[in-house]
Write a protein that binds this ligand. Structure first.
Ligand SMILES: *[C@@H]1O[C@H](CO)[C@@H](O)[C@H](O)[C@H]1NC(C)=O
Ligand SMILES: *[C@@H]1O[C@H](CO)[C@@H](O)[C@H](O)[C@H]1NC(C)=O
Ligand SMILES: *[C@@H]1O[C@H](CO)[C@@H](O)[C@H](O)[C@H]1NC(C)=O
Ligand SMILES: *[C@@H]1O[C@H](CO)[C@@H](O)[C@H](O)[C@H]1NC(C)=O
Ligand SMILES: *[C@@H]1O[C@H](CO)[C@@H](O)[C@H](O)[C@H]1NC(C)=O
Length: 418
């Protein structure tokens, strides 16, 4: 297992939630509410109208509110107007919940929204005299449903954590109103469709976790110009070429694993000097590793395994002084392993199996944990056979030719290597 990441996040002082991250994946479909239709074959006009309205409610575009209208009982007394708005948002959400096996929302009744399970209030940032909803945490609720547009009424929300549920649909457009949202964790749900662009317009967002969903299409390149501290978008269906502005991202952790990313490992990576963990495994990256990665002095985890990387490991990796875990396995790398890598003071685990390396300095054999299987290393056990090695190594690798591929979204994929 990988070392646990220490997020250097600056939580708003009044909040102290634990970040619960889980890889549990549930099973359910995004069911819709059933309603009774008369059994005598044909539909009455009323029924047709009802169905049409239902469909409108569900499928009106993302600017509309999909929930049923919330009416506020005039006898309810609220501490302040913001909590009244929160009531509307949370009641709309409750109506958009189709299954709540642990009854988290069972107590979402009445005007005391700060007492609702999973809802956390704090003094408003702009008016300490009033309370307002600052956080939502329904992690591990196994709840099925969708997010209604009314959630945009929670304008003082700093944290929104709903990981490990069965929410589906898209991210409401009205999230644009969450101007101080700091952490957004939608991981391990059933969200689908394009990258939720509204996220790019949340000025205070630092922590973005969309992993384990069904998002698809490209990832907007603006994501990497945003002042985020952590980006987790692994295990989705995103597909794009890693853009050149990738290196503009000030993140300390970025995980893009298990998508369908193509193109190069960009040399701009060298600009991400605050980076501590980067995991690009299981994508379709095809390039040499840029020299510039040696500039990442704070990086502890570098995982580019299961891609189509070529060429040698740059000597400069020997300058990544914080490196603890290095995984370049299952690529098409070749050449000699630089001794400087195996001499890195903090290196614990160096995995480079399933490549075509031809030289391994003795110092590497002294590492705590390493995996050098299935290479072309003389005198090492469990290597590829001579025919395979000869055939692969007879083809020259021109690292220069890959530099340009990542630049253009439109360029066709390069011809297969073999
Ligand atoms: C859900 O919780 C509410 C309020 O706590 C309670 O009244 C209700 O009986 C619970 N429902 C179930 C199915 O447990
Ligand atoms: C809400 O919580 C507060 C503080 O714990 C308590 O005083 C109050 O009675 C609760 N209100 C309701 C309706 O449960
Ligand atoms: C790194 O950032 C500098 C300054 O923004 C820029 O000039 C340079 O091109 C970047 N390096 C790479 C490799 O993108
Ligand atoms: C790298 O880590 C050191 C020690 O934790 C820290 O002082 C420094 O600010 C970090 N560098 C960057 C660019 O974040
Ligand atoms: C070393 O890393 C590899 C690849 O990530 C992993 O499979 C292996 O379990 C790790 N070894 C240890 C001792 O953590």
């Amino acid at each position: 297992m990988k070392k646990k990441t220490n997020f250097k996040l600056h939580f708003p002082s009044h909040l102290s939630f634990l970040l619960l991250i889980s890889f549990f994946i549930g099973f359910c479909s995004c069911e819709q509410k059933q309603h009774s239709i008369s059994s005598h074959g044909g539909l009455t006009e009323q029924e047709v109208l009802y169905i049409k309205q239902r469909q409108l409610l569900y499928y009106r575009d993302e600017f509309g509110d999909r929930g049923e209208k919330v009416t506020v009982d005039p006898s309810l007394v609220f501490e302040n107007p913001r909590l009244r708005n929160a009531y509307i948002a949370l009641q709309a959400w409750k109506q958009a919940i189709l299954s709540d096996p642990s009854n988290y929302t069972g107590d979402w009744v009445g005007s005391e929204v700060c007492n609702y399970t999973g809802v956390f209030c704090a003094p408003a940032p702009d008016n300490k005299k009033i309370r307002t909803v600052a956080g939502i945490d329904l992690n591990h609720g196994d709840i099925a449903g969708y997010l209604p547009e009314e959630l945009g009424l929670l304008t003082d929300l700093a944290l929104f954590h709903i990981n490990t549920n069965r929410f589906c649909g898209t991210v409401p457009h009205k999230f644009i109103n969450l101007k101080i949202l700091f952490e957004l964790d939608l991981s391990n749900n059933r969200f689908a469709g394009k990258f939720p662009e509204v996220i790019l317009r949340l000025p205070k967002l630092k922590f973005l976790d969309l992993r384990f969903n069904e998002f698809e299409g490209t990832v907007p390149k603006e994501l990497f110009d945003k002042d985020l501290d952590a980006i987790f978008i692994n295990h989705n269906r995103f597909r794009f070429n890693i853009p050149d502005n990738f290196g503009n991202s000030p993140v300390s952790v970025i995980v893009l694993a298990n998508n369908n990313f193509h193109g190069c490992v960009p040399s701009s990576l060298g600009n991400m000097t605050g980076l501590e963990e980067i995991i690009l495994m299981h994508n379709g990256l095809r390039s040499c590793l840029p020299e510039e990665i040696g500039l990442l002095k704070n990086l502890t985890v570098f995982d580019v395994s299961f891609n189509e990387l070529l060429g040698p490991l740059p000597d400069s990796i020997g300058g990544m002084v914080s490196l603890e875990q290095l995984n370049v396995a299952h690529n098409r790398l070749s050449g000699n392993i630089p001794a400087s890598i195996c001499q890195l003071p903090n290196l614990q685990n160096f995995t480079f199996a399933y490549n075509y390396f031809t030289g391994e300095p003795p110092v590497c054999l002294g590492l705590q944990d390493f995996d050098d299987r299935r290479n072309c290393l003389p005198d090492r056990p469990l290597q590829r056979n001579a025919v395979q090695c000869k055939s692969f190594l007879s083809k020259p690798v021109d690292c220069g030719s890959f530099r340009l591929i990542g630049v253009s979204y439109a360029s066709p994929p390069p011809p297969p290597f073999y």
